[in-house]
Design a protein around this ligand. Structure first.
Ligand SMILES: [Zn+2]
Length: 434
């Protein structure tokens, strides 16, 4: 790997970093390191030698399973810092369940943002009260009761048909798109609700993958996928239930993808097929993947976006602080879920996922069962989502006059009028002088 050496140490955020050393922040922890000559040894300043540092982003503990001997210097769940010299062979960059890259210098990988709270309005409070943890739980149970929702299998189609029927009964216009996956065909359920605004409307997408997988057991093995991702799919149904009862200015689209576990096939094909005009109409994509399991002492959520969606991350963090007790972590390094294809196409998308999801070692196996689910955590995450969606769907129109505004001046008349395109139009009429 490296011909030099790296000396590193982990310190609390707020510790001053001496010049010449680099840092990376993971929530409340700061990893500090400096590169040195090949012979650099010793443990001065609490720094110890390593051959090179890699930032690993993983789903579950996929990386650790593939590289049990790797020396992990810092474990922040979804993100690890790994001593490069401890990896046998070159890290496989194309692995679908983890990614290894050179550790960035002087960067925040996971933030704990401090955001201002925003008191919910009376309408917000009423709608938030409409979220039912019981109906969410019922949907999770129904989805997890299917033997396996393997993308190309009969169980997946049963789940997709049932979800489509539920959404149609709620009042959505529903269609099902085929999705090509290795060795078969899966599907994506698309449910639409048109906004009330006349003229140009944006569209807000809420997405989750409906498929499940049992990697060790193979295609016919039991794969309840209660957390991954019956929890998120049921979240979409529950948000749909509440949102459909209100008229929104902008369009709402719910998407339940197939083929996620095989490599994001549903979302990739969906984005690839989007006409350019439709892409630019997307105001926000909110992706739910694993929202039902508490992996630490407190309830937390990780909001993962990219540079194109930093503002969406802020909106969700503000809502979490205002209407939940969730501990919020944020990252702008997107990985391995259905928000990624949108971000790659420059569309603002964000993932909401239970915090420390990598401590959940039961995903992708027959152990991802309802018994491990904590409905209270999912309810908190759904409250954060709903409070945010209310704003994204109903951005207030700029205050506008009821009719044209006229300004008189000697010899001219200025007429301002808001057109059906919501833009301000200005016309000058010439009249008799003074
Ligand atoms: Zn998932």
């Amino acid at each position: 790997m490296s011909t030099g050496s790296v000396r590193w140490g982990s310190v609390p955020v707020g510790t001053e970093v001496p010049t010449g050393r680099h840092w990376v922040r993971f929530g409340g922890e700061l990893l500090v390191w400096e590169t040195g000559p090949p012979s650099s040894t010793g443990r001065e300043d609490g720094l110890v030698p390593a051959a090179g540092l890699l930032l690993v982003t993983q789903v579950g503990d996929a990386f650790r399973q593939d590289h049990p001997d790797a020396v992990v210097l810092l474990d922040h769940g979804r993100h690890l810092v790994v001593e490069a010299g401890s990896l046998r062979g070159a890290p496989d960059q194309a692995h679908t369940c983890w990614r290894a890259e050179t550790l960035p210098e002087d960067a925040v990988v996971v933030d704990r943002p401090r955001v201002a709270t925003r008191a919910p309005t009376r309408r917000d409070t009423e709608l938030l009260a409409g979220l039912s943890v019981a109906s969410w739980e019922q949907d999770v149970r129904a989805l997890a009761a299917v033997r396996t929702r393997l993308s190309s299998g009969a169980g997946f189609m049963t789940a997709a048909t049932s979800a489509a029927a539920t959404l149609e009964a709620l009042g959505f216009t529903v269609r099902t798109d085929p999705v090509q996956v290795p060795g078969g065909v899966s599907a994506t359920v698309v449910a639409d609700r048109v906004g009330s605004r006349t003229g140009a409307r944006r569209v807000v997408l809420i997405t989750a993958h409906l498929d499940s997988i049992n990697i060790a057991g193979g295609p016919t093995a039991v794969a309840p996928g209660a957390d991954d991702n019956a929890s998120g799919a049921a979240g979409i149904l529950e948000l749909g239930r509440v949102l459909v009862g209100v008229t929104w200015q902008h369009d709402l689209r719910l998407l339940l993808f197939g083929g996620e576990e095989q490599g994001l096939f549903g979302s990739r094909q969906y984005v690839a097929a989007l006409p350019l005009a439709e892409r630019s109409r997307i105001r926000a994509v909110l992706n739910l993947d694993m929202i039902g399991r508490r992996n630490g002492p407190s309830r937390g959520v990780l909001l993962e976006g990219g540079p194109a969606s930093a503002h969406l991350v802020d909106d969700l963090a503000a809502a979490a602080t205002s209407v939940t007790g969730l501990q919020v972590s944020t990252s702008l390094s997107p990985f391995a879920s259905d928000h990624v294809p949108f971000l790659e196409a420059g569309i603002p998308a964000v993932l909401a996922i239970e915090d420390s999801d990598s401590s959940n070692h039961d995903i992708h196996s027959d152990r991802d069962v309802v018994a491990h689910i904590e409905p209270g955590l999912a309810l908190e995450i759904l409250r954060m989502c709903l409070a945010t969606l209310l704003r994204w769907l109903d951005s207030r129109p700029r205050p506008r006059p009821a009719g044209p505004v006229v300004a008189r001046a000697p010899g001219r008349l200025d007429v301002f009028v808001v057109g059906s395109d919501s833009a301000m139009h200005h016309q000058v009429l010439k009249g008799p002088a003074g």
